[in-house]
Design a protein around this ligand. Sequence first.
Ligand SMILES: *Cc1c(COP(=O)(O)O)cnc(C)c1O
Length: 429
Amino acid sequence: MSDEQSYGFDTLQIHAGTEPDPATGARQVPIYQTTAYVFKDADHAARLFNLEEVGYIYSRLTNPTVSALQDRLNALEGGAGTVCCSSGHAAQIMALFPIMGPGRNVVVSTRLYGGSVTQFSKTITRFGWSATFVDTEDLDAVKAAINEDTRALYCESIANPGGYLSDIPALARIADDAGIPLIVDNTTATPYLCRPIEQGATLVTHSLTKYLTGNGTVMGGAVVDSGKFDWSASDKFPSLSAEEPAYHGLKFHEALGPMAFTFHSIAVGLRDLGMTLNPQAAHYTLMGIETLSLRMERHVQNAEALAAWLETHPAVAAVTYAGLPSSPYHARAKALYPRGAGALFTIKLKGGYESCLKFVDSLKLFSHVANLGDARSLVIHSASTTHRQLTEDQQIAAGAEPDVVRLSIGIEDVKDLKADLDQALKTAS
Ligand SMILES: *Cc1c(COP(=O)(O)O)cnc(C)c1O
């Protein structure tokens, strides 16, 4: 689609990245269920492998259905290039892969999705990488945590599970001063509520699994690059600025400019790590994104109404939702997240741990699942599930204390959700 610069979000979420299929005129993006693509001739094949011409070789690297999704996400996030991959966790590895190396570290927020805490604190050490966790509210601590081996700063826009909102512009300034990229996991905000690149982020990661697909059907991930970071300004990022031995010595930044990160992610990352998104999953996500803004508006509307009501409920000790005037992050929500603070928050029950478990078991409309961002309302007791493998200190830092329950508010009738919460709270207390 041309004219992408001038179209609004609601138009881009339906049209960006797609044209009627040139072969058949099919209006919807076909699912290109193919592994390989016929080369026009031997010269064409060689040019594709040399990155002299962009085209399709093998679906571990690129696929037209996946490309359409990449282009659409790229337009919605305002990026230079986007690569999709098999899950949100894969996206986090894909984002770090071109910029990290043995002995290098990433400074990350303590307020993260539970799986991300484990991925960063344990699993990435197998690659010789490490993570330093800091409270990103303490900007001096963030600065102090960055050292000469730091290659990125990482946070979530709306942090799961506590509904904390990161101050992306402040973190971007610190990353800029240190000459490193800021990576923002924008899964729980989606580009409808937050556009991290506009606020200074270099890379944006997504779990497509959540709001983007929006109905709990597929696993997927994406990395969006702003194209604005100067990988050659220092010798910190040799895979991009110097000769890349894994791609016959190509200097990606010199050869590809703002597309260096994206091409490296495809030509080396997807090629060798193999975390490819399948075209069927890309298709579901394209369908989901067509209604993203409508869903997010309703998610936010319902979350605001329920959070305000729960705050006054006799069984509830506290509600952490940045959309509430009582939240310490309310001013930040108004300034940086003007379309709403998302639909994910935790409630602390006066009855404590036992009461939380009873509450979860008593809900009828809310599904008890380890997921979020579904059209249907979901509930989970993070401390005993998604954040179970964390230490108690890590649980508290992440906002997953034993006496809190996380709600992912769906797009159902708000009166039905309220009635369900009310009956479960009464049973639990
Ligand atoms: C779910 C989630 C992830 C991981 O995504 P998967 O698709 O499950 O791998 C990462 N970050 C956040 C904020 C998430 O909610």
